[in-house]
Write a protein that binds this ligand. Structure first.
Ligand SMILES: [Zn+2]
Length: 254
C-alpha cells in the first residue's frame, strides 16, 4: 500500500520513557540524580519500502529485568499503536534496522512479522558474544530468538536513495546512525546512542554505557562533521527537551 504519495516521509514514533542516573547519562560528569528520558523510533516511509529505525523497549521486559529504570509506556506508545496512528499495519513494515541491539532499541522488532532485519555484522556478533558488563544492555534477545530474516551490512551503506547508514561505533561494537535526505527540508541525522543528548554532542561527554569510550568520542566528532558537511539537523536518541519540540506521529517531516 502506498501511503506516502511517492515522497519520502519521516515519522517519529513515541515509545515512552525510562530513567537513568545523571552519572550514567554523562559519564564522570553528572550531575547525579534521576533523569527521565524518551525512547523513540523513526519510520522512514520511502517509495522503495517502509524502514523502521529502532523499535523502543518492551514494557514487560523492562519491568522484569530492569525495573529500576522505571518505565512509563502507555498502550498508545507501543510500536503497533504508533503505526496505527499513521494508518500502517506492522506487517507492512519492510525493513527494520536498529542503531544497536540494546533493549531500549529492539523491543518492537518481534512485532514486525514481514520485516527484513538489517544487521551490522559486528553488532549481531556482539549480541551473541557480549562482554559481561554488557549483559543488561543486550538482555532483550526476543527478536533474535524468533529467527528474523537478517540481511548483513557493513556501514556506511545506502538502504534506498537518500536513506544512509553511518558507522558510529563505540557505544557498542556495530553501532549505526541514520541520515535521511528529504525533498522539503534539511537532511535529518539520527545519532542513535552515539549521542544521547545535544549536551553529549556539545560537551563530547559520552554516556556511561559503552564498549569503547575513545571510539565513542570519535563517533561524536564524526557525526558533527557529517552534519556540517550535509547541513543536516542532528536528532539525538534520548533528549527530553529536544524530543518535546519535535513533530511526533501522526505528524511527519518531508
Ligand atoms: Zn544503548
Amino acid at each position: 500500500m502506498t501511503t506516502n504519495g511517492g515522497e519520502t516521509r519521516v515519522y517519529l514514533l513515541d515509545g515512552g520513557t525510562l530513567v537513568i542516573d545523571g552519572y550514567h547519562l554523562y559519564w564522570n560528569l553528572g550531575p547525579g540524580g534521576e533523569v527521565r528520558f524518551p525512547c523513540y523510533s523513526v519510520l522512514v516511509d520511502h517509495p522503495q519500502g517502509k524502514f523502521l529505525f529502532d523499535t523502543g523497549y518492551d514494557l514487560e521486559h523492562v519491568l522484569k529485568v530492569l525495573p529500576f529504570e522505571k518505565p512509563e509506556q502507555t498502550p498508545a506508545q507501543t510500536i503497533p499503536a504508533q503505526l496505527k496512528l499513521i494508518g500502517i499495519e506492522p506487517g507492512e513494515v519492510t525493513h527494520v534496522v536498529n542503531s544497536h541491539y540494546h533493549f531500549d532499541h529492539v523491543g518492537g522488532n518481534r512485532l514486525l512479522p514481514n520485516a527484513t532485519t538489517i544487521a551490522h555484522e559486528r553488532e549481531l556478533n556482539q549480541l551473541h558474544h557480549h562482554e559481561p558488563f554488557e549483559r543488561l544492555g543486550y538482555s532483550d534477545t526476543s527478536f533474535d530468538a524468533i529467527g528474523p530474516r537478517y540481511e548483513l551490512v557493513n556501514a556506511p551503506t545506502e538502504l534506498a536513495p537518500g536513506v544512509e547508514l553511518l558507522e558510529t561505533p563505540g557505544h557498542t561494537a556495530g553501532h549505526m546512525s541514520l541520515l535521511v535526505r528529504l525533498s522539503g527540508r534539511r537532511p535529518m541525522l539520527f545519532t542513535g546512542d552515539a549521542a544521547y543528548t545535544t549536551k553529549s554532542l556539545e560537551t563530547e561527554v559520552i554516556a556511561g554505557f559503552h564498549l569503547d569510550p575513545r571510539a565513542s568520542v570519535a563517533s561524536i566528532r564524526h557525526l558533527k562533521k557529517v552534519a556540517e558537511d550535509n547541513e543536516a539537523e542532528l536528532f539525538c536518541s534520548h533528549d527530553a527537551a529536544s524530543f518535546a519540540g519535535w513533530q511526533k506521529a501522526p505528524a511527519y517531516y518531508r
